[in-house]
Design a protein around this ligand. Sequence first.
Ligand code: C2E
Ligand code: MG
Ligand code: MG
Ligand code: MG
Length: 273
Amino acid sequence: YQAKQAQTQVAVYDPAQDINSLERLETIQRLRKTIQEGRFLIQYQPILNIAERYINKWEALVRWEHPTRGLLRPAEFVPLAEESGLIGELDLAVLKQAVQDQKRLGGELTINFSAVTLAHPNWVREVVRALVDEALQPSLLWLEITESALLPERQKWLGGLVALRGLGVRVALDDFGMGYSSLAHLKQVPVDLIKIDKSFVAEIGLSQTSEDILRAMLQLASAFGLKTLAEGVENRTQLEWLARHGCHYAQGYYIGLPVAVEQAVEAAFTKAY
Ligand code: C2E
Ligand code: MG
Ligand code: MG
Ligand code: MG
């Protein structure tokens, strides 16, 4: 019996595991350095005001130019930043850079904040400092939080969010409809806009049931006095359907790709809708 147990313990040791955790540590170190040196990149994606047919907002989307793996999307490093406690610094650094870039972009700016960032002790003060330093009108700033962020430990950050909103900062609920939807959330958290997840938009023109759900979401939002934005708009059919059903804003590859600040400024004024 003892021999068997010893054998089991040997079998549990997996050298690949050590290599993985070493790689992980190295990636965390690199990410930390990239954040500290301000070397992450931000792409801006235009948001169309549907009824008025103009671009009036930009979403900041972070990217990481990794030395060996190329340009990384957030899905490849945001989870690691969340687990390693770097996300608060990253989100706040993106905010500061974007607030500076707003001078060239014009219009409103919308920034993604992880649930973990909301638990960061200084986050409200840092947001206010960024606004003051760059003299940005608070009503030009939107913070995007996901529905999953609304669930745990709301009491820790709700006061801060309410205070920022009192200054004029606005709040968007990102990826609406993905899993955690509850009418109760919309009543408990100050939200100005819901961003309907692209999985619903993708079904426009393809599924009657999905269109019914989408229509219900738009009606629900207006019953709550909220603005609506559709994510992942990829074609004219989708945009026209959304316009017909009173959706306020559209974002997606059909409107414009996420691009660096220089191209964002050019692109915004050369396309007609
Ligand atoms: P999100 O906030 O829902 O952002 C929209 C995502 O959809 C972006 O992916 C965007 O590039 C992509 N997208 C835009 N238009 C279309 C379209 O027409 N079709 C399709 N299929 N996709 C489209 P991206 O840039 O890879 O970002 C993924 C997620 O990473 C974001 O989802 C957001 O939750 C998160 N993220 C981005 N930047 C930050 C950041 O600075 N901080 C934090 N905490 N999260 C971030
Ligand atoms: Mg977002
Ligand atoms: Mg989104
Ligand atoms: Mg989404």
